[in-house]
Design a protein around this ligand. Structure first.
Ligand code: 48H
Ligand code: FE2
Length: 272
């Protein structure tokens, strides 16, 4: 007869205690995010890298992600072949995170997309970023008018409310800076421009829009385009290129990582 050494899972608390423990812990985390240093919209590679680096520097960081899972466009690699590539200049971010890389050809490193998504999410969480998945950002909070206007927070709602199309009003959190890292659609920046008579710091004064595939240009531009485009509002990742009218790069993720790193570095210098 096989002997079993498994410990029995006796339960020293009940269902009601479970409810209370979860509610308290959640709202402790949420209340600590209601006046944060940096609020990040979008948990793709750029948003997660920024969250990791900002939290590691000791800033109070909240990240809001519409979906249940963090990682954005990373998981599927190129066309669901779940591998992605990065170049020499950005490999240090994945090296530091502990993601294994293989040099497939000179200067071209390949990584497992699942490993990248899960590791960046883990680095951001463990560094202390407050992550709120299943939350959609539907607007920004503004203060001041004309040249004094400034983004001072985010208007958020539960994603199931958004998906069900329920008329439930959102709540608001305050922050010193917002990072718009929502990817190709740059949803939050578009909302700012659509609802308010504001000028962005771009070539046209508005959202220029993404161009077609040109990976070399796109990768260089992603980092250059990562900056403050409106007082209190920074763009990172694919949203940076789409805002400024640059190109796309397909499943090359080095620019996304460097963009997250750059926005974190600049905000640390600004806020610390
Ligand atoms: C809460 C939101 C909201 C909202 C969106 O798309 P992402 O992965 O973004 P990046 O810029 O970090 O990375 C881009 C990369 O994945 C990519 O698409 C590349 C390299 N493309 C090249 C090409 O040629 O196609 O992540 C954005 C995240 C997603 O998880 C969204 O669910 C989330 O933002 N999001 N979260 N409130 N309003 N809008
Ligand atoms: Fe994409």
């Amino acid at each position: 007869m096989a002997s079993s050494s498994a410990a029995s899972a006796s339960l020293p608390f009940d269902e009601i205690a479970t409810t209370r423990v979860i509610a308290r812990a959640y709202f402790d985390k949420f209340l600590a995010a209601t006046e944060c240093d940096v609020a990040i919209v979008g948990g793709g590679p750029s948003g997660l890298t920024a969250a990791w680096k900002l939290a590691e520097a000791g800033l109070n960081v909240a990240l809001f992600e519409r979906k249940l899972s963090l990682g954005g466009g990373v998981w599927g690699g190129g066309m669901t072949w779940n591998m992605l590539v990065v170049q020499e200049e950005s490999r240090h971010v994945l090296d530091e995170a502990g993601v294994p890389l293989t040099e497939a050809q000179p200067g071209c490193f390949v990584a497992d997309a699942v490993s990248v998504a899960s590791t960046l999410a883990s680095k951001a969480c463990l560094a202390g970023a407050k992550i709120f998945n299943c939350m959609s950002v539907e607007d920004v909070m503004l203060r001041g008018e004309g040249p004094r206007a400034r983004v001072t927070g985010l208007v958020i709602n539960s994603s199931p409310v958004e998906i069900a199309g329920l008329h439930v009003d959102p709540v608001t959190i305050g922050c010193k800076a917002v990072i718009e890292a929502t990817g190709h659609d740059m949803e939050v920046l578009r909302t700012l421009v659509r609802k308010n008579d504001v000028q962005l710091d771009t070539a046209t004064g508005g959202v220029v829009g993404e161009k077609s595939m040109w990976a070399g240009r796109a990768e260089t531009d992603t980092v250059l385009n990562t900056r403050e485009v409106f007082p209190g509002m920074w763009v990172a990742g694919m949203a940076a290129n789409a805002t400024h009218g640059s190109y796309r790069m397909g499943p090359i993720f080095g620019g996304m990582l460097l963009s997250g790193e750059k926005v974190a570095r600049e905000l640390i210098a600004r806020l610390q």
